[in-house]
Design a protein around this ligand. Structure first.
Ligand code: UDP
Length: 447
């Protein structure tokens, strides 16, 4: 995206939540709005600080988060989110107050742009009399779950008028997967996110209109703030890494030696974890699937262990050059490589968008949160993937063959390529994403 060489019109204060799947889209959005002429300050908790040297054009300010070490090492996601929302409110307020005191009249703070999971930011915005813009980095459909089941006991009686059976099923499944991990913190989170979305001045969703038309229509019925759909964010910005882990680029030279569309890329994102048995079943399935594979075995994928040491001693020898294992990959570059013919994914929303934007069909094994809903989009709405039923070596081997070799998979690849072409249109001049971004800029300038 071309940087507009104009005087910066006003400053946007971004508030990040420190998880990889949120940092990436928020930094992408900041880059998009910087190119539209806004100056950018990124406020982030100290935990998982983003690498500021990748964005010399932004001002980064860490704030204290006081996260208990035990919560972090246990990977207690909802505990961490809840603690961040409690612990960061004071530091964020003070930080922005300081900024306001030192404000240059030519570089005024125009609004606070916050990740929807840092919902306390809306209260800070209200308190400081600044507009708040809420950013949803998951599909628009997840907003419906927040609106429709603000309390767990109401889930069973949930009814959403004029919604297709499929969307209704997706929402019920989302509720069921949330119910499995429901704690008081989770209930509080859902109600609080819904509340902040009701109060915000605008809503930005990393999605594309035609991908989620029905859900977006409902979102606009339920929430009064205008929703701007300017996704997929990553397509609007140059590839700048927001990775917290070092990307191993050796896998790109390995990919360059593989036949077109032959490689199955396997990654479960930055948070999901598996147990030792699931790791070994995955290794078995990949070793026996006869396709070249690129497998991301991130530190902590099996909680509390060095995963690579858990693999059979002769694993790499037995698969030889056919398998490449890395701790972290430059995923967007991987998916864009012509050798990649399929993506076995946990269906995080970023991974899903990145895969469809490159026309790569998916093998879906969701873990929690919105991942199941995303799988429904991939398999049942867009028909560009299939579900992996279980972590079992033989099932994995067969599913990879279905996706990569069988006629069924070839049909999915054709649909995936068609979908990639369709996703490119809204980004072009006059397209829905292009227009929505211009409308968003006008909205911010009107504050
Ligand atoms: N990612 C990456 N390298 C990897 C695995 C993942 O760069 O080896 C990136 C991926 O491109 C995506 C993000 O990490 O942008 C993961 O976000 P997603 O929403 O897919 O899943 P989460 O990590 O939030 O579960």
């Amino acid at each position: 995206m071309e940087k507009q060489e104009q005087q910066k019109v006003s400053r946007l204060v971004f508030v990040l939540i420190p998880f990889q799947g949120h940092i990436n889209p928020m930094l992408q959005l900041a880059t998009i709005l910087y190119a539209k002429g806004f100056s950018i300050t990124i406020i982030h908790p100290q935990f998982n600080s983003p690498n500021s040297s990748n964005h010399p054009e932004f001002t980064f300010i860490p704030i204290s988060d006081n996260l208990p070490k035990s919560q972090v090492s246990a990977g207690d996601l909802f505990g961490i989110v809840s603690a961040l929302n409690k612990n960061c409110e004071g530091p964020l307020t003070e930080c922005i107050q300081e900024m306001l005191k030192a404000e240059d009249p030519h570089d005024r703070i125009s609004c606070i742009v916050y990740d929807s999971t840092m919902y306390f930011s809306q209260s800070v915005a209200d308190h400081l009399k600044l507009p708040g813009i809420c950013v949803r980095t998951s599909p628009a459909a997840t907003m419906l779950a927040f609106a429709v089941f603000p309390r767990l006991h109401e889930q069973e009686s949930m009814s959403l008028d004029r919604v297709s059976d499929l969307l209704s099923l997706m929402l019920k499944e989302l509720a069921a997967s949330m119910k499995k991990i429901t704690t008081d913190g989770m209930l509080e989170l859902r109600a609080a996110v819904a509340d902040s979305v009701k109060k915000c001045s605008a809503l930005i969703v990393n999605t594309v209109d035609f991908l989620e038309q029905e859900a977006l229509t409902k979102v606009q019925e339920l929430f009064s703030a205008s929703a701007f759909t300017i996704g997929p964010f990553h397509k609007l910005v140059p590839t700048i890494s927001g990775s917290l882990l070092k990307e191993d680029t050796n896998c790109i030279s390995w990919l360059n030696k593989q036949a077109p569309k032959s490689v199955i890329y396997v990654s479960f994102g930055s948070i999901a974890s598996i147990d030792e048995k699931e790791l070994l079943e995955t290794a078995w399935g990949l070793a026996n699937c006869e396709q070249p594979f690129l497998w991301v075995v991130r530190p902590g994928l099996v909680r509390g262990s060095n995963c690579l040491e858990l693999l059979p001693i002769n694993f790499q020898d037995s698969v030889g050059e056919r398998g490449c294992i890395v701790e972290w990959a430059p995923q967007k570059e991987v998916l864009a490589n012509d050798a990649v013919g399929g993506f076995w994914s946990h269906c995080g929303w970023n991974s899903t968008l990145e895969s469809i934007c490159e026309g790569v069909p998916m093998l879906c094994k969701p873990f929690f949160g919105d991942q199941n809903l995303n799988m429904r989009y991939v398999c049942d709405v867009w028909n560009v993937g299939l579900e992996l039923e279980e972590f079992e070596g033989g099932t994995i081997k067969n599913a990879i063959k279905r996706l990569m070799v069988d006629t069924e998979g070839k049909e999915m690849r054709k649909k995936a390529i068609h979908l990639k072409e369709k996703v490119e249109l809204p980004l072009k001049e006059g397209g829905s994403c292009y227009n929505s971004l211009n409308d968003l800029v006008k909205k911010i300038l009107s504050f």
